[in-house]
Design a binder for this molecule. Structure first.
Ligand code: 0O2
Length: 205
């Protein structure tokens, strides 16, 4: 309780939030540009939703404990790459990779890490593509870099993730439930594949 309070003091710091918001704004602007460009080419929307969040003190606290790290803000800054998060939801799986390719062309964005849980889903069935990127922020104190996690997923993956998160993520283990959730993740992945094929068929007509 006390530890969360201390973390919360840092998380609520106006200067910290300003830097987080600046990083989010820069990435959102770039993603919107990428969306306009790809959507114009294809005559349909390639990104259906972009959301963002600044990780809460409570979430930082539980994650640090989960990783067996000291629950203080310095440790969080050093070890957690998702203090700032952006989620990009696309209708189709192949276009997630097109968005990533265009992000790679942005000279001022440095991609530190790509975790492709679409090609290699997590054991529980979770699918998404995670990028850890660094964004330069120019404040009165000079240039600084902020680390951001960008999660890219399809509408169908998002549907599964949101429900799984509400129902089960980080909750007690139950083999039967876990197996069922995984089965549905696979069903959704198959459907994503079928929709992509159908889209290609329609676009050929
Ligand atoms: P929250 O509450 O969303 O912030 P690591 O690479 O293991 O050191 P990390 O950050 O655990 O570090 O990596 P990972 O696995 O890429 O997970 C980062 C985030 O992805 C999670 O943040 C979730 O938002 C999402 N995520 C990962 N796995 C799952 C999953 O099985 N189900 C759902 N619904 N989301 C998942 P947090 O901090 O765990 O949670």
């Amino acid at each position: 309780e006390e530890q969360t309070e201390e973390l919360d003091w840092y998380v609520q710091n106006p200067e910290y939030r300003m830097r987080c918001k600046a990083a989010i704004d820069i990435l959102q602007a770039k993603l919107k540009m990428i969306n306009s460009e790809l959507s114009r080419q294809k005559n349909r929307s390639v990104i259906s939703q972009i959301t963002s969040r600044i990780k809460s003190a409570e979430s930082i606290y539980t994650k640090l404990l989960r990783k067996k790290l000291e629950p203080d803000f310095d440790t969080a800054k050093k070890n957690l790459k998702d203090l700032i998060g952006i989620r990009v939801v696309c209708p189709f799986e192949d276009e997630i990779y097109e968005v990533v390719e265009l992000l790679k062309l942005q000279k001022d964005i440095e991609i530190l890490k790509i975790k492709d849980y679409i090609k290699d889903p997590k054991k529980n069935g979770y699918r998404s593509l995670h990028l850890i990127v660094q964004v330069p922020i120019y404040s009165a104190d000079g240039p600084q870099k902020e680390t951001v996690e960008i999660q890219l997923r399809t509408l169908a993956m998002d549907y599964w993730s949101v429900l799984e998160y509400q129902l089960y993520y980080k909750k007690s283990e139950n083999e039967e439930v876990a197996a069922e959730l995984k089965e549905y993740a696979e069903e959704i992945a198959r459907l994503d594949g079928k929709m992509l094929k159908l889209r290609n068929k329609i676009e050929k007509i």
